[in-house]
Design a protein around this ligand. Structure first.
Ligand code: C2E
Ligand code: CA
Ligand code: CA
Ligand code: CA
Length: 279
């Protein structure tokens, strides 16, 4: 059939209008989401590869709107960044995650780390280091229990600036890790200057490690590079036994993924950790 350019344009335009309407609806709804308690956190366990002990959890933000239903962070976080609301939301995430870990530790759960995702805007905000310290102080939680995840893209976007912020957070005792590692363009000369603790190998590489020679080569190279720079490694998106075996052979340190657990509500996380402790 002959291609009808005008029709294409009309469809495109209609699609754009729908998208804009959704964006506007979400941006509007987000203004009240915090005060209406529509946000909550789930926690995904992170396990030591050697003995499968839970060494930490990653806090993952969820938004359930009464009419619009569940909205994925991949959709609403970019909007929150554009509107500036990510600062208030991100502060709520850090505070909620820190308070949760404090309650867990007080109730006798074994020591573990709380990993929290940082958006680019939060990371660059001059108040971040002070804010993090004051949240920890209010909760009476030692700073080494908190780990802030920053994507490789953000860290490498302005590496000199990033080094300064990482040094500041490090001097306050807070750990940093580089998220989605392998998806950006890392300069090795900067990477070695980053005051970080852990590299998180992106799940896009983990997916095919058992079958794709390129991806398995990339993952083993990342693990070796990380270790030679003194960082530990965690693989995310681990879903199969074959992936786990490969990562174990390559010397990866920690695992996170559906093979062990999906992100869980706080109570289920607690149960998971208690069962894990008994094994
Ligand atoms: P991320 O930080 O890379 O988080 C990992 C994502 O992979 C999560 O999706 C998690 O649920 C999912 N995942 C974990 N294990 C598996 C697995 O085995 N297989 C597969 N296919 N997926 C797995 P989620 O929760 O939808 O979060 C998406 C992204 O949204 C996160 O990617 C992160 O960039 C962002 N995000 C989530 N919470 C926050 C937050 O509190 N603040 C900020 N700034 N960003 C957040
Ligand atoms: Ca993350
Ligand atoms: Ca990630
Ligand atoms: Ca990701």
């Amino acid at each position: 059939a002959k291609h009808d350019g005008r029709n294409d344009y009309r469809f495109f335009n209609h699609d754009m209008q729908l998208r804009t309407a959704r964006v506007l609806a979400l941006e509007n709804a987000m203004h009240q989401a915090l005060e209406r308690n529509e946000f909550y956190l789930q926690y995904q366990p992170q396990l030591s590869i050697k003995d499968h002990r839970v060494i930490g959890v990653e806090a993952l933000l969820r938004w359930k709107h009464p009419e619009l239903g569940m909205i994925s962070p991949a959709e609403f976080i970019p909007l929150a960044e554009n509107s500036g609301q990510i600062i208030a939301i991100g502060t709520w995430v850090i505070r909620t995650a820190v308070n949760q870990l404090k309650r867990w530790l007080d109730s006798g759960l074994p020591p573990m780390v709380m990993a929290v995702n940082l958006s680019a805007i939060q990371f660059k905000h001059p108040d971040l280091p002070g804010l993090v310290s004051s949240i920890l102080e209010q909760a009476q939680l030692a700073p080494e229990y908190l780990e802030l995840e920053l994507t490789e893209g953000v860290a490498m976007g302005d590496p000199v600036h990033a080094i300064g912020i990482m040094d500041d957070l490090h001097s306050r005792g807070v750990r940093m890790s580089i998220d989605d590692f392998g998806t950006g363009y890392s300069s090795l000369s900067y990477l070695k200057k980053f005051n970080i603790y852990k590299l998180k190998i992106d799940q896009s590489f983990v997916r095919d490690i058992a079958t794709d020679a390129d991806d398995s080569a990339i993952v083993s190279a990342i693990i070796q590079l990380a270790h030679s720079l003194g960082f530990i490694t965690i693989a995310e998106g681990v879903e199969t036994e074959a992936q786990r075996e490969f990562l174990l052979k390559q010397g990866c340190d920690e695992l996170q993924g559906y093979l062990f657990s999906r992100p869980l509500m706080a109570q289920d996380t607690e149960q998971f950790i208690k069962l894990n402790q008994q094994q």
